[in-house]
Design a protein around this ligand. Sequence first.
Ligand code: 13P
Length: 249
Amino acid sequence: MRKKIVAGNWKMNNNKEETAQLIAALKAKGSFAGVEVKVAPTSIHLVQAVDALIDSAIEVIGQNMHQATNGAYTGEISASMLQSIGVNSVILGHSERRAYFNETDEALAEKVATAVKHDMEVVFCFGEELADRQNEQHFKVVEEQLSKALFSLPNTAWGKIVLAYEPVWAIGTGETASPEQAQEMHAFIRGLVAQQYDASVAENVAILYGGSVKSANAQEIFSKPDVDGGLIGGAALNADDFFAIVQSI
Ligand code: 13P
């Protein structure tokens, strides 16, 4: 049976004290059965978060990582730096990284390859923009994003890949894909993976949905057979809301 995952992407939110408070509030919620829970604080709070969550089932993951092993890349973070502080999973390809930091499919392919080489888990984000959906190009766009960044990976790498379908028009907008739209796209994605690899790889890859998931809509979205959890932005900044979403799975 494939994994169920709920991950909180905290983006560029929370100072040191607020990070400590959110972690303490999450820890107070107790354990989470049958679901992997992950949180992605901003990079300067990763050490603090790993330390605070050392005795908890909540995993700390990175929001981004550079493709090079090391070198003159001011402001960047490498895979081995993340691993050296106990972070073994990283979000790559978020639409905000693509839109505001010019991350291309080609650069993302390199980042994914570097993460895989370091035996890190990758939560790979992708999804169409509003105009793509309006022009009925959404399947094509998603296929291209996956194909360019992931489909050169060997079968064996897929044990470390988590897919996160995040339609750009649903991120931070309050507008969610309907459960049916999410299921339709997730089934399409699983079909692509089956076509490119095999049925077993496709069956085992977790596909998360992201984009305005709240406690009020999580259950309906998560009830769809090809939706294996969520990547949560705004609602992950509040422990009660995030916990309610985790419990919806
Ligand atoms: P929101 O849940 O705030 O729409 O953000 C989703 C997201 O981008 C998670 O990575």
